[in-house]
Design a protein around this ligand. Sequence first.
Ligand code: AMP
Length: 285
Amino acid sequence: MKTVVSLQEMQNSALRWRREGKRIGLVPTMGSLHEGHLSLITRCREQVDIVVVSVFVNPIQFGPQEDFASYPRDLERDATLAEKAGADYIFAPSDQEMYPPDFVSLVKVEKLTERLCGASRPGHFQGVTTVVAKLFNLVQPDVAVFGAKDYQQAAVIRRMVRDLAFPVEIVVAPIVREVNGLAKSSRNQYLSREERAEALILYQSLRFAESLIRGGERQAADIKASMTEMIDSVERSRIDYIEIVHPESLEPVEVITGDVVIALAVFIGKTRLIDNLLVHVAPSS
Ligand code: AMP
């Protein structure tokens, strides 16, 4: 396994692999790898000849009050874990080379980015789509694998790829959870032992909402009210949003008549966590 830092070297290698007829896969990450990331690498390995894992804590997707500076970084550990999961290359560019002082080009997906995380993190998705577009140009992937953990991000990237005709297949892999249901996240490291126990409320409230739907409840407002009550009962929780949306348009649903995604962002102490659940609902039920 090799670690590439230089943008030029990454792109030259990728263009050479393409000329040799090799299929390239990309797994974009911000590092601090955990089993969620590793599942994406395993999935990518099955589909391509060369697996590139990018490790880049992308400064332009963080707001000024967010955790860019404190975000956990450990490239050596990431390289060991990525290799075990089947990666061939780590691409770990520097902030300076990715964003030189005269960098002024941005990629923006409208509409889909207005709600959910887009509403509470202005500029976040523009940072994500800009870096992903740049990574696509540098790594030239045939396939790129993302996690359903960041449901809105995956939907936004799919739309960018469609709208701008990137020749990349987007694969979205399921959320990897701890046995207790907590979605794996690099930010779980910020949680104290007590907060980690409280953080279980995210998934518990999603499963509770699902059970209400299975029981025949169709009013999104009532479901959200029940979830709010449940989450508010946890001492250190603060709800950022709870939304019930259409799986593709991400438009809010008032009366549930088909599949929906229940998505939420909740602060546990100072740590903002996200989770979501796709609930299949037969159209006639
Ligand atoms: P991040 O390093 O947090 O930017 O995540 C990089 C990729 O890993 C994104 O596509 C995430 O959706 C995905 N990912 C993060 N956590 C999980 C998880 N628990 N299960 C599946 N995919 C995940």
